[in-house]
Write a protein that binds this ligand. Structure first.
Ligand SMILES: *[C@@H]1O[C@H](CO)[C@@H](O)[C@H](O)[C@H]1NC(C)=O
Ligand SMILES: *[C@@H]1O[C@H](CO)[C@@H](O)[C@H](O)[C@H]1NC(C)=O
Ligand SMILES: *[C@@H]1O[C@H](CO)[C@@H](O)[C@H](O)[C@H]1NC(C)=O
Ligand SMILES: *[C@@H]1O[C@H](CO)[C@@H](O)[C@H](O)[C@H]1NC(C)=O
Length: 467
């Protein structure tokens, strides 16, 4: 049977008069007048669809069987944040849509965040692969069908279309509350946010679906994959390499309020940026005490000392996965002195190769994500979204080594070393503080009622790992 026809039948049964009917693959063989009418109706719908030249699924191979279900309606989602925050949010939305029996519309990416990247989903991820590899779980469409668009506009006007789902919600919030009250009723719903909208813990099948979405369905576009592989090959040809996610960038310093080692002028600039971003709630921050609590991105100087104490050889290639380091080359001097083989993609590739990606911070971040996955060691200097996602992904790929810096212990040791601790004592202290922090198999720490303090699902998707 023609796939598109089957699909339309299913959709008309679901979205039509409200009475859901299970689609029957032998439908056309039953010669009944009522059904004939239905066939004509479906044919008309098909014509409408064809005239809008809408394609449900493109040419990618359809390996997995299609899940048959009654769709409660369309779910539109607007991802928020940078690439990695959106990435985990999208995977959570796949699970949420699946359990709500929704038809998911390919997620919209954030184009208003600090990064101002206008990239669409299909500019970063292989959209057909995404749709096809989840067929057995959920129906995903590229856009709302034309006959729904009027309803969408109407609902938007009545303020019944959009809502931000609650943070850290159990799946039951979506299936028991949102599905009947919003989705089934209106047949279309828009989630305005995707960050941390789903609890870390949940039914094992749901957790597995989150993994499938992240590690299987989300694949970068082939231009990104090509350039990422090229960077990996250049590094690999020279031997082992460590990826340093040096999150010493202006936005993160401004957001966290950390200015250790910055000039007065730089500290003022960082503060000015913080006050200018309305959705960063915390404004008055004491950098010293924040750092002592282990909540600051590590500085390049602190990073160099830590790598050295952990025994990373001076000749090791270190690839910096980051945008612009605050303070530029000058601020990197001590790290470069300790590790002369310090590189970035801008250094490994001729400028013209990066040109198509340069104006798109999320595409640049995607290249770094790929290199981070492939590295022999991954070392994030701050526990943000990229650190979390890459750490979890590397566990999934067979517990590849990820150093999880114990920042509170580190700043303490570093301050002591700068005063009176000798190198041997410092080194022993750093090693001891990291004895069990290499991304090895461990149980995720669960803290009911305190989702922000427990281990994130995305840093340790243990339900999907063989422990
Ligand atoms: C989704 O569909 C399944 C059957 O396929 C049903 O058991 C479940 O209750 C439905 N969930 C919702 C929220 O409609
Ligand atoms: C951002 O994305 C939305 C939704 O896809 C779109 O309507 C809007 O025009 C985009 N804005 C910019 C500045 O690209
Ligand atoms: C900031 O915190 C440090 C360490 O807790 C403290 O010594 C200092 O007085 C604080 N500074 C201000 C301006 O409150
Ligand atoms: C990147 O953006 C700059 C500034 O907006 C623009 O001048 C340049 O043409 C863009 N480059 C590419 C390759 O799109």
């Amino acid at each position: 049977m023609d796939f598109k026809n089957e699909k339309l039948l299913r959709q008309s049964a679901t979205m039509g008069s409200g009475r859901a009917r299970k689609p029957n693959p032998h439908f056309a063989m039953v010669a009944q007048t009522a059904l004939a009418v239905a066939v004509i109706w479906v044919f008309c719908v098909l014509l409408v669809h064809v005239s809008h030249s809408r394609r449900f699924y493109a040419d990618a191979p359809l390996a997995t069987p299609l899940r048959q279900y009654y769709s409660n309606g369309y779910l539109i989602v607007s991802s928020n944040g940078g690439l990695n925050q959106m990435r985990s949010g999208i995977c959570d939305m796949v699970a949420i849509a699946r359990y709500m029996n929704a038809t998911l519309v390919v997620p919209q990416l954030d184009n208003t965040s600090l990064w101002q990247d206008p990239s669409k989903f299909e500019d970063i991820f292989d959209v057909d692969h995404f749709i096809n590899s989840l067929r057995d779980e959920i129906e995903i469409v590229k856009e709302i069908p034309p006959e729904m668009q009027q309803i969408q506009i109407q609902l938007e006007m009545e303020k019944h279309l959009s809502m931000p789902p609650r943070s850290w919600s159990d799946i039951s919030y979506y299936t028991d509350q949102i599905a009947p009250e919003r989705l089934k009723k209106n047949k279309i719903l828009h989630f305005e946010k995707t960050d941390n909208r789903l609890a870390n813990n949940g039914p094992i099948e749901m957790q597995k679906l989150r993994c499938k979405a992240n590690y299987n369905a989300l694949k970068f576009t082939s231009p990104i994959e090509k350039i990422g592989s090229k960077v990996v090959k250049i590094l690999r040809d020279k031997g082992e390499f460590l990826v340093l996610h040096l999150r010493y960038e202006m936005d993160m310093l401004a957001y966290t309020g950390c200015n250790e080692g910055c000039s007065v002028e730089e500290a003022n600039d960082l503060q000015a940026l913080r006050y200018s971003v309305p959705w960063w709630k915390k404004k008055n921050i004491n950098s010293t005490s924040t750092r002592l609590q282990g909540l600051c991105p590590m500085t390049p100087e602190e990073t160099a000392l830590t790598l050295k104490a952990l025994g990373v050889d001076r000749e090791t290639q270190i690839y910096i996965a980051a945008g612009n380091i605050y303070g530029g080359e000058k601020r990197l001097a001590s790290l470069r002195a300790a590790y002369p083989n310090l590189v970035k993609k801008e250094k490994l590739l001729p400028p013209y190769e990066l040109l198509p990606f340069k104006n798109y911070s999320s595409q640049m971040a995607a290249i770094d994500y790929m290199v981070s996955l492939e590295s022999d060691i991954f070392f994030p200097t701050y526990g943000g979204n990229m650190a979390t996602l890459v750490e979890g992904h590397r566990r999934y790929l067979g517990f590849k080594k990820t150093i999880q810096p114990n920042q509170k212990a580190l700043v303490n040791l570093i301050d002591k070393y700068r005063k009176d601790l000798n190198w041997r004592e410092f080194e022993a202290g750093v090693k001891k503080a990291h004895a069990n922090r290499y991304g090895n198999p461990v149980r995720r720490r669960v803290m009911p009622e305190k989702p922000k303090e427990e281990d994130y699902f995305w840093s340790n998707p243990q339900e999907c790992l063989i422990l």
